[in-house]
Design a protein around this ligand. Structure first.
Ligand SMILES: *Cc1c(COP(=O)(O)O)cnc(C)c1O
Length: 446
């Protein structure tokens, strides 16, 4: 039977069955709205992102002092946007068959300073926001206009040494929060899943961060971290499943990318659509970035999340309308994936419902492909990113195979503009992966 002749109810049934059977799907979100309509029901606005960006600027002198790798960028935590023509060629070859028109870029958040991942945006932003409030309330800083380099003084360190940060992490969030927490003098406790990469645990322990490891699912680990934090008046819990602050930290990327696009002469308008593909775990990262991009670039940016077929928690929450009240385990999936940063069974409590009017769709990808993409990227561009990050490379590939994606273009009258399109793979992590682990991943077969 032709899919076109199926009712939407039947299509939903098929989609749901495919998700349960861990089959790769391309889901188009029919609840997407023009930005002006979407923003009306939004709890956050462009001015919230502006004030987050201003906060990051206030901290820049301190960051520059504490992290020498940020000196050149004057203490700003930002990454390059680079064109990847060789990857485009490789994906367009028959074997992969992306058949991609337009240009292909990568946003190199895998190389962000401090944490080597996109978590250097959201995770670090939340630590800074909390720090600023504490510092001003307790006289460590006189005001928001004070010299933030004072935060590196022994007196400031002594003050923050009496405070704790608790965080649940699949790995990268722990790295970002742990390293920034450490630089400010906090006692930082990172609670990790046993699946989190060993080198991430070691790196944190080497820097004096306390790492606790648990066998359970990510949501259980987050619950344990929270339980330990809430009973301690001197502790702050960085809540990956429910943090407006972290979300805003990610959203700043929208403002920064707009500037980068302009500098590189890349136009975004009706005749020049922009497509962005972002790996999704709990959803905070891709949600924040999508929100920021829609606020700063408008209706001609089309954002897609990418999730592993065994852990499509955001997709499941959205198509059932149950959001964080359903887990991938509830429908018989394992939640296990080699994409450790995406090994999440239950989505964020705040993202799904919030981001729905801004989001174009969600794609799922099998683990096997992640390692194919990892090698193809390495061979074509000599660029390394971690497996979780490789999920984003699946985005451009879907255009060559997907009826749903073709319909999306048709429905939005975009076919004729695809030659002018820009595609951005959001590389979310990999910068700190040690050489021996890189070699292992490059030869890994699953
Ligand atoms: C955390 C992470 C993601 C996804 O972020 P969420 O906020 O959990 O959705 C994607 N890629 C990498 C490398 C990550 O570390």
């Amino acid at each position: 039977m032709e899919l076109d002749s199926l009712s939407s109810l039947e299509k939903r049934e098929i989609l749901f069955t495919d998700i349960k059977n861990a089959i790769e799907v391309n889901w188009i979100n029919h609840s997407k709205l023009p930005n002006n309509d979407a923003i009306i029901r939004s709890m956050l606005t462009l001015s919230d992102i502006d004030s987050a960006e201003a906060r990051l600027r206030r901290f820049a002198p301190f960051i520059k002092m504490a992290f020498p790798e940020t000196v050149e960028a004057k203490g700003m935590i930002e990454s390059p946007l680079i064109e990847v023509p060789e990857l485009r060629k490789a994906l367009n070859r028959e074997k992969i068959g992306a058949n991609l028109a337009g240009k292909l870029y990568m946003k190199m958040d895998s190389e962000l300073p401090i944490g080597g991942s996109v978590k250097s945006r959201g995770g670090i932003y939340e630590v800074l926001k909390y720090t600023e409030t504490l510092a001003v309330e307790n006289g460590v800083l006189d005001s928001f206009e004070d010299d933030y380099c004072k935060l590196a003084s022994p007196a400031a360190k002594a003050f923050f040494g009496t405070k704790k940060l608790h965080i649940g992490s699949t790995g990268n969030l722990g790295l970002s929060v742990g390293l920034m927490g450490q630089a400010l003098g906090y006692e930082t406790i990172v609670h990790m899943t046993s699946e989190a990469a060993e080198w991430k645990k070691e790196l944190l322990r080497d820097r004096g961060v306390i790492v606790k490891v648990y066998d359970g699912d990510y949501s259980e680990v987050v619950a344990k971290a929270k339980a330990e934090s809430v009973v301690d008046a001197n502790s702050h819990f960085v809540d990956d499943e429910d943090s407006k602050e972290m979300f805003l930290g990610y959203a700043v990327a929208g403002k920064r990318l707009k500037k980068q696009l302009r500098q590189q002469g890349i136009v975004v308008d009706k005749e020049h659509p922009l497509f962005v593909y972002i790996p999704c775990g709990v959803g905070s990262t891709p949600g924040g970035i999508t929100f920021g991009l829609r606020q700063f670039l408008g209706d001609h940016v089309h954002c897609f999340f990418v999730e592993p077929t065994q852990a499509p928690c955001m997709l499941l929450g959205m198509v059932t309308g149950l959001y964080n009240n359903i887990t991938v385990q509830d429908v018989g999936l394992s939640g296990k994936t080699h994409a450790d940063g995406l090994a999440v069974g239950r989505p964020s409590a705040i993202i799904g419902d919030f981001i729905k009017p801004f989001l174009s769709g969600i794609l799922t990808v099998k683990d096997k492909r992640l390692f194919d993409y990892l090698r193809i990227l390495w061979e074509s561009e000599k660029t390394f990113i971690e497996p979780s990050s490789c999920a984003a490379i699946h985005g451009p590939v879907c255009w060559g195979h997907s009826k749903e994606m073709a319909d999306y273009l048709e429905d939005n009258n975009m076919n004729r503009y695809m030659e002018n399109a820009t595609h951005i793979i959001w590389a979310t992590g990999g910068g700190l992966v040690p050489e021996n682990v890189r070699q292992e991943l490059l030869t890994k077969k699953v």
